[in-house]
Write a protein that binds this ligand. Structure first.
Ligand SMILES: Cc1cc2nc3c(=O)[nH]c(=O)nc-3n(C[C@H](O)[C@H](O)[C@H](O)COP(=O)(O)OP(=O)(O)OC[C@H]3O[C@@H](n4cnc5c(N)ncnc54)[C@H](O)[C@@H]3O)c2cc1C
Length: 355
C-alpha cells in the first residue's frame, strides 16, 4: 500500500496507475492534470476529497531531499509508524520549496473504494446550501466531497462549457459519497433527505460513471472558466472552523460588494476552505487597489473567526504581510530560525513563505 515516485510525476498519472492496481491516491487538487508530486508536496495540496481523506501531508511517508548546501538527506521511510526524532518529513511537506528540493517521495496508498455516487444539490440561497452542509456533518455522514459553487461561478462555467448547471440558483453543493455499495446507497438517501429538509430545490444524482464524470467536469472546470472571464483572476484560500462557514461566506460577499469587485465563490465547504476568486483587470490600478483592500479584509475576517490564511495554496508572496498576525510573533521567529538552519544564504525560493 505504498509507492515511491520521482517529483515530476503528475498527480493524475499516479492516481491512474494506482487505480490499475485497485489502489487509491486521494489528494486531488483541481490542477491534478498538471500538478506534480514535487509541487503538491511543497504545497501540501488538497482538493475536493480532503473532507474525508485529508490532503497530501496525510500520504507522505518519506522523502529524499537535496538541501541548500547540496547534501542529500532521506527523511521518514517506508514504515507507517515513525516517531524517531523530529518529524522532518512533515516539516518539509507544505514548506513551499523553501527548505529543500524533493527528489523522491514514498507515498501511502489506500484500497480503492468500491462505489462512488455524485450528487448536485441546488439551492436558491447560498445560506441554505451552507446550512445543509452543517446538517450533513451533524448527521455524522462523511462524504468524500462536500464542495460548493455559487451563482457567479455556475454562470461563468456555463458561459464557456454548457454543462447544464442551474444558473438561476444561488448555489449548488457538489457531493460525492464513496465506499461499499450498500453504504453508498444508504448515505446517498440520507444526504438527499437532509438537502431537501434545508430547502434544496432540485437534486441530481449521477446514474452512471458518465454522468458522474460530467458533474465532476463542471466542478473541475470552474477555476479555468473564471480565469477566462477577464485578464486576471486572483484566488484566496481562507479556512474557518466549520461552524463559522455561513458567517465567512456572507462576509466574503459583503466585502466584494463593498469594493465593487466580481467574486466567484467556490470551495471545499465541508473543510471550511473557501476560495473567493476575484475576476479582475490588474492594469486598472484602482481595481487592483480595491482588490488589495478586499483581500486584507477577507484575511482579517478569517482570523477573527478563528480560521487561517491558507488551507492548501500556501503563503507565497501575497500573504506574507499577514503571517505574524496569523501565527504569532514567537512562532514566526521559530519558523525564520528553521529557514535559516536549512537555507542560511536564502537561495531556496527567496522571498516566499517565510521572510
Ligand atoms: C487551475 C488551478 C487549480 C488549482 N487547484 C488547486 C486545488 O484544488 N487544491 C490545491 O491544493 N491547489 C490547487 N492549485 C494550486 C497548485 O496547482 C497546486 O498546489 C499544485 O499541486 C502544485 O503543484 P505544481 O506541480 O503545479 O507546483 P508548482 O506550481 O510548479 O510549484 C509550487 C511550489 O512548489 C515548489 N516545488 C515544486 N517542485 C518542488 C520540489 N520537487 N521540491 C521542492 N519544492 C518544489 C515550487 O518552487 C513552488 O514554490 C491550483 C492551481 C491552479 C492553477
Amino acid at each position: 500500500l505504498q509507492c515511491t515516485v520521482e517529483p515530476s510525476v503528475v498527480v493524475e498519472k499516479l492516481q491512474q496507475e494506482a487505480e490499475k492496481q485497485g489502489l487509491f491516491y486521494p489528494p486531488d487538487p483541481a490542477s491534478l492534470k498538471a500538478s506534480t508530486i514535487g509541487g503538491s508536496i511543497a504545497q501540501s495540496s488538497g482538493g475536493p476529497r480532503g473532507f474525508k481523506y485529508g490532503t497530501t501531508k496525510d500520504y507522505v511517508l518519506g522523502l529524499e531531499v537535496v538541501l541548500a548546501d547540496g547534501t542529500i538527506i532521506k527523511t521518514g521511510g517506508t514504515t507507517v509508524k515513525n516517531v524517531t526524532g523530529y518529524n522532518l518529513t512533515q516539516l518539509l511537506v507544505g514548506s513551499e520549496g523553501t527548505l529543500g528540493v524533493v527528489t523522491s517521495a514514498t507515498l501511502r496508498l489506500i484500497p480503492k473504494p468500491e462505489q462512488r455516487q455524485v450528487l448536485l444539490a441546488c439551492f436558491d440561497t447560498a445560506e441554505k446550501a451552507v446550512e445543509a452542509v452543517t446538517g450533513i456533518i451533524s448527521a455524522k455522514i462523511t462524504p468524500s466531497t462536500l464542495d460548493i459553487m455559487d451563482k457567479n461561478t455556475m454562470q461563468t462555467i456555463e458561459k464557456f462549457h454548457q454543462t447544464g448547471l442551474p444558473t438561476d440558483m444561488d448555489a449548488v453543493l457538489v457531493i460525492e459519497v464513496d465506499g461499499f455499495e450498500e453504504a453508498v446507497k444508504i448515505q446517498t438517501a440520507q444526504i438527499m433527505d437532509i438537502c431537501q429538509k434545508y430547502g434544496a430545490q432540485n437534486i441530481r444524482a449521477s446514474q452512471n460513471q458518465q454522468e458522474a464524470d460530467e458533474l465532476w467536469f463542471a466542478r473541475r472546470s470552474a477555476f479555468g472558466a473564471v480565469a477566462r472571464l477577464r485578464p486576471n483572476v486572483l484566488t484566496e484560500d481562507t479556512v474557518v472552523p466549520r461552524d463559522k462557514i455561513p458567517h465567512m461566506f456572507r462576509r466574503i460577499r459583503e466585502i466584494a460588494e463593498k469594493h465593487r469587485l466580481t467574486v466567484c465563490i467556490m470551495g471545499h465547504i465541508g473543510d471550511g476552505n473557501i476560495h473567493p476568486n476575484f475576476s479582475l483587470d490588474l492594469r486598472d490600478k484602482d481595481e487592483a487597489h480595491r482588490f488589495e483592500l478586499a483581500a486584507a479584509e477577507i484575511f482579517e475576517a478569517a482570523l477573527e473567526l478563528g480560521g487561517t490564511l491558507s488551507g492548501e495554496h500556501g503563503i507565497g508572496y501575497h500573504k506574507l504581510a499577514y503571517m505574524e498576525k496569523a501565527v504569532g510573533k514567537k512562532n514566526l521567529e521559530l519558523m525564520r530560525a528553521i529557514k535559516n538552519i536549512f537555507d542560511p544564504n536564502g537561495i531556496l525560493n527567496p522571498g516566499k513563505g517565510i521572510v
